[in-house]
Design a protein. Structure first.
Length: 290
């Protein structure tokens, strides 16, 4: 199923529900609008079976609720990443570097290309119908503990149906590199700076007195983050303003760590298990599974 960015979302819901095939969506860059919201619903709900999009359809004087199944593979071409991080985590992204095409690829595709493409699609459809399996049990032996759970979830299905071992290894290599890039991108965020400063302050407090419970105030944490940012910044670079209030927000909303008030000051509640997982997630520590 081919569609372009000029398509409205209503027919997309319905054609996926009708055909249950692979959606190829080109020019899928939508402005901040209702269309983008609906496209994100299609992509998020279509990630797993059993999460249809509900719509109401007028039937005479009544409105009937219709469940549209949008589950299925999708190939999407965009100029930029989606702002919705939950959506991005459901995708395997391959960035096209641009540049000049190979000499054997014509700038204007001839008619023979489209004829051959149609023939290839027909052969692939024939193959799909010949080897159709209503239910395929996912092979969990391909689980890679060194990559994130969401990526494992995406790739296990691919590895289950691929029989060629060289291709399976290519998929694993791509996913490992993709996972590494996700961690690198995450390590450059302000959340990573806050986490790194928190870990350093905790280690310093333990070195001073291992018997006492380290108490790290939001004020001290904000000051350490500011110092670290200043040390790494260029002379002409404008630094973000990091306050105790902003640090508390990042801890609670982004890192999911608790804070509590003691002796008139807000402190971080140290959660060893949670922080160990965050260190792996933000690239501060290599996962034991790698």
């Amino acid at each position: 199923m081919f569609a372009g960015g000029a398509s409205t979302t209503s027919p997309l819901f319905r054609i996926i529900d009708l055909m249950r095939g692979t959606l190829i969506l080109d020019e899928a860059d939508f402005a901040a609008s209702d269309a983008e919201v609906d496209i994100i619903k299609i992509l998020n709900c279509g990630y797993m079976a059993g999460f249809p999009v509900l719509r109401t359809v007028k039937d005479g004087e009544k409105f009937e609720v219709v469940a549209l199944e949008v589950f299925g593979p999708k190939v999407i071409a965009t100029r930029r990443r989606y702002a919705d991080k939950a959506l991005e985590s459901r995708m395997l992204t391959h960035e096209m570097r641009g540049g000049q095409p190979r000499p054997d690829i014509p700038i204007v595709l001839p008619r023979e290309f489209h004829a051959q493409a149609l023939a290839s699609r027909n052969r692939l459809l024939r193959y799909r119908l010949t080897h159709w399996q209503p239910e395929v049990e996912v092979d969990l032996s391909g689980l890679d503990r060194s990559i994130e759970p969401r990526l494992n979830q995406v790739t296990l299905a691919l590895l289950t149906v691929v029989r060629d071992e060289d291709l399976r290894e290519d998929i694993r290599a791509f996913i490992r590199e993709y996972n590494r890039q996700l961690v690198v991108d995450r390590s450059m965020t302000l959340e990573a700076q806050v986490l790194e400063a928190l870990v350093c302050l905790h280690e310093e407090a333990q070195e001073r007195d291992r018997a006492a419970e380290p108490l790290i105030s939001l004020k001290d944490l904000a000051e350490r983050v500011t110092q670290n940012l200043a040390a790494e910044a260029r002379e002409d670079e404008e630094l973000p303003r990091v306050t105790a209030k902003k640090t508390g927000y990042i801890l609670r909303e982004k890192l999911r760590l608790r804070t509590e008030k003691r002796s008139g000051r807000f402190h971080v509640v140290w959660d060893e298990g949670r922080i160990a997982a965050l260190k792996v997630r933000y690239g501060l520590e290599v996962d034991a599974g790698t």
